[in-house]
Design a protein around this ligand. Structure first.
Ligand SMILES: [Zn+2]
Ligand SMILES: [Zn+2]
Length: 141
């Protein structure tokens, strides 16, 4: 049973960077693009979209890697935890689901009450990985 605790809190593995968000996430995504795969070191990058205006760091700050024109990826400079995807001029920030203290509060499942989740860049997915959660799948964005 999800509790939908507000503020949403999270942080990196070593604890140097902590954040809280005063509003619920608005969407979820599993990105299967090669960049998310490389940067996460995993099969896909699972992230939730939050309002930047509702987001604040409560400890430390992120280092950023400019991964493409207009987009950068934030991570802890000490432990390397991947935490944020930021597009230039976007009022939203994508936060790595794994960095949340309570990801169980926000199920990325079909018909979840808090928002819509989907798989994106499925065209770049590792071919032997089978998606079985029934969420919508987009070939690109
Ligand atoms: Zn850290
Ligand atoms: Zn991606």
């Amino acid at each position: 049973m999800a509790h939908e605790r507000i503020p949403v809190t999270g942080g990196c593995l070593c604890g140097a960077v902590r954040y809280e968000v005063s509003e619920p996430p608005t969407a979820g995504s599993y990105c299967h693009c090669a960049m998310c795969r490389k940067q996460s070191g995993s099969l896909s990058g699972a992230a939730m979209e939050f309002s930047w205006a509702a987001f604040r760091f409560t400890k430390g700050e992120l280092k950023y890697y400019q991964s493409s024109a207009g987009a950068k990826r934030g991570f802890c400079g000490n432990c390397g935890s991947r935490m944020a995807f930021v597009s230039e001029g976007d009022p939203k920030v994508w936060v790595s689901v794994g960095s949340l203290d309570h990801p169980e509060d926000w199920p990325m499942t079909k018909g979840a009450s808090w928002g819509r989740s989907q798989h994106i860049y499925v065209g770049s997915k590792v071919v032997w990985y089978a998606i079985g959660d029934g969420l919508p799948q987009q070939a690109t964005e």
